[in-house]
Design a protein around this ligand. Structure first.
Ligand code: GDP
Ligand code: MG
Length: 413
């Protein structure tokens, strides 16, 4: 049988109970999940049992983590002026803003509009000594272990009314405080790994390579540096990644700036951005409090506000997009009168595996993919016009998907 399909089987309309939640949350789920995300007023559908990629928001107490989390998810986690107010991590599912979907929605006027989603977790309670069980200690390190990437919020704003746990605003010291806790936790894990590998090396000499590699990792950690700063071959990186080290996770340093002085030449911001550069990590300046206020506005007001500020999008939209790419994710798109949708895949995914995201049958019975680049499609105005111009390509099993490919899979089961 030869079928073509754009529709998606097995959909459940925003059934929060259908989602897997990896960590305990303190609020009713319905409050933590916000499917009617601010970027589009339409209902978002979530595939049942789907595992989202997760980012953990970490940082010292009172740096603005919950404020940022609220802005991102537009829900109310506790944002109070004292340490440890958010004892259980909060989880929010967030739509990844994608203007291309809006354009496709204009073209097809579909019944459903489905952006890609990622998850954010507000991980509170990390303080000096956490790796030794201080504060709420190791529990929080365990939560960080479960995320795919980290947003490390760093306080750059001065505010006498808001207590800093170490008495003053000093972004570099704060970054080091947090990173040292993660480094200490990793050292323990690496020590265990070395011991195990040494034992195995007695019977299997190949394990000596692993011993040597993890000894190198240990040296880097002992020098006060994160494992991600290491120069590793692809093979080595894969082996180190198997240890799931906290300091190997990709990170964005989020500089939380004062609302009154969004100054990219301030010593505070420069300290953060230089540190990030040295680590080959990302940095993003944001004013969490302002973003929270913007996120509460109605769509129209929001657009006006941003226009007044001379901005094309909110800092938050930029942060979410950057988080998505930090995770190594791209989207391919499907479009038709039933639905326009962005599908999340890892960069480098081939066509059959990408098709498998829609349904396992699509992968199993993959024949080929009809692909048109989003820009080509919109330049032509319609799918038919793009086809007439020869811009709709027929791609086979070895095709590596691009971000923004508009795809129709042909399969046979
Ligand atoms: N002045 C100022 N205050 C902020 C900013 N971001 C957060 N805050 C305030 O700092 C306090 C602690 O923020 P919160 O998000 O709860 O910090 P958390 O402990 O890191 O989760 C709250 O009173 C926030 O309103 C900011 O950009 N400027
Ligand atoms: Mg908090």
């Amino acid at each position: 049988m030869f079928r073509k399909s754009l529709s998606v089987p097995n959909f459940e309309k925003t059934e929060t109970t259908a989602l897997k939640i990896p960590v305990p949350i303190e609020k009713p789920r319905a409050m933590c999940y916000n499917y009617n995300v601010s970027v589009c007023a339409r209902t978002i559908y979530v595939l049942k049992g789907h595992e989202n990629m997760k980012l953990g928001i970490v940082g010292l107490p009172n740096v603005g983590k919950s404020t940022l989390f609220n802005a991102i998810t537009n829900t109310k986690a506790e944002a109070a002026n004292y340490p440890f107010c958010t004892i259980e991590p909060n989880v929010g599912v967030v739509a990844v803003p994608d203007e291309r979907l809006d354009v496709l929605a204009e073209m097809y006027n579909p019944d459903k509009y489905t952006p890609a989603v990622i998850e954010f977790v507000d991980i509170a309670g990390l303080v000096k000594g956490a790796s030794k069980g201080e504060g709420l200690g190791n529990k929080f390190l365990a939560h960080i272990r479960e995320v795919d990437a980290i947003l490390h919020v760093v306080r750059c704003f001065e505010d006498g009314n808001i207590v800093h746990v170490d008495g003053s605003v000093d972004p570099l010291r704060d970054i080091e405080t947090i990173n040292m806790e993660l480094i200490f936790a990793d050292m323990e894990a690496v020590d265990k790994r070395i011991l195990r590998a040494e034992k195995e090396a007695k019977g299997d000499k190949k394990m000596l390579v692993e011993v040597a590699l993890f000894k190198r990792v240990k040296e880097v950690l002992e020098g006060g540096n994160c494992a991600r700063t290491m120069d590793l071959t692809e093979e080595e990186a894969a082996l180190v990644s198997s240890a799931n080290l906290l300091t190997m996770k990709p990170v964005i340093y989020v500089a939380n700036m004062a609302d009154s002085a969004f100054d990219l030449t301030s010593p505070q911001y420069l300290a953060v951005s230089e540190f990030a550069k040295k680590e080959h990590s990302e940095v993003l300046p944001i004013c969490a409090r302002m973003e929270e206020e913007i996120s509460e506005l109605e769509e129209e007001e929001k657009a006006m506000f941003l226009e007044d500020m001379g901005l094309s999008e909110s800092g938050l939209a930029r942060l979410i997009k950057k988080s998505y790419s930090l995770l190594g994710l791209i989207s391919y798109l499907t479009a038709g009168p039933q639905e326009v949708r962005a599908w999340t895949i890892k960069r480098g995914t081939k066509a059959p595996q990408a098709a498998g995201k829609i349904h396992s049958d699509f992968e199993r019975g993959f024949i080929r993919a009809e692909v048109v680049a989003f820009t080509d499609l919109t330049a032509c105005g319609t799918y038919t016009a793009a086809k007439e111009k020869g811009l709709v390509r027929s791609e086979g099993k070895e095709y590596v998907m691009n971000d923004g490919d508009v795809v129709l899979f042909r399969f046979n089961v």
